[in-house]
Design a protein around this ligand. Structure first.
Ligand code: G3P
Ligand code: MG
Length: 242
């Protein structure tokens, strides 16, 4: 596809400099000049799409238990910033809709990683794609939907085929290309250690773009771009200029 996305994307907002997957993190990433943000999206117990990496609340909020075990009204009362530092205490868990509003009003772009709670893969993929379609309707640059879950990407493809998809992989499966093509993906989104110059060339020959996560060393970023990488995702928003 035509690639309107920047070469460098901020991971979870601003990497580790602010509480991941919050609006505060994205505002901080933006202050370093980043114009596109990767974040993790899943469903609350009552079907609200929100930003959270883990299936449980314990690491990144002052709550405990499974995200899917709570209605959003309960999750909205949690502190998703105090675990990181006092500066961010009280920062709430944002919804996908809230983040979309900020991104669209400020002219910034999104990589929505669909991160389903176990057993909710297709449901989450479909919900994320439908809501993204609605939120980004009529805008110039659609969000990229990525996931490690092929069931989630397949569900997204069925309900909103026009939204670009990327298959996330940690290690590269032997049939990565067939998997990407089966889901009509626009990109392979691989852990950077799985990428070689040959893999990037194979992706390009097949009409796919290549995205790498999570690249935090400037020298490694240079190497990957030298191999033709299209876009990387980084925590190091302070070390790697956007
Ligand atoms: O989307 C790329 C990257 O975020 C995937 O890994 O665990 O940081 O969500 P993770
Ligand atoms: Mg992620």
């Amino acid at each position: 596809m035509n690639w309107p996305y920047p070469p460098r994307v901020a991971h979870r907002g601003a990497g580790k400099l602010a509480p991941e997957n919050t609006l505060a993190a994205m505002r901080l990433g933006a202050s370093f000049g980043y114009s596109m943000f990767e974040f993790d999206v899943k469903l609350s117990g009552d079907g609200v799409l929100l930003l959270m990496h883990d299936a449980t609340l314990d690491r990144t909020t002052d709550g405990t238990g499974r995200v899917a075990g709570f209605a959003f009204g309960e999750l909205a009362r949690l502190d998703a910033g105090g675990w990181h530092s006092a500066e961010y205490a009280g920062e709430p868990i944002p919804t996908l809709a809230q983040v979309a509003r900020w991104l669209l009003r400020t002219g910034r772009m999104a990589n929505i990683e669909i991160k389903p709670c176990p057993g909710r893969e297709a449901e989450t993929g479909a919900a994320a794609a439908l809501e993204a379609r609605q939120l980004w309707q009529g805008t110039a640059v659609p969000p990229i939907l990525s996931s490690f879950s092929e069931a989630a990407l397949d569900a997204a493809r069925r309900v909103a085929p026009e939204l670009p998809r990327a298959l996330l992989v940690g290690e590269l499966p032997g049939d990565w290309l067939q998997r990407c093509l089966a889901l009509d993906c626009v990109a392979l989104d691989a852990h950077h250690a799985a990428l070689t110059e040959a893999v990037i060339a194979d992706a390009h020959r097949a009409g796919l773009r290549a995205i790498a996560y999570t690249v935090n060393e400037p020298a490694r970023a240079d190497e990957l771009f030298g191999w033709g990488l299209d876009t990387l995702i980084t925590d190091a928003v302070d070390l790697i200029a956007p």
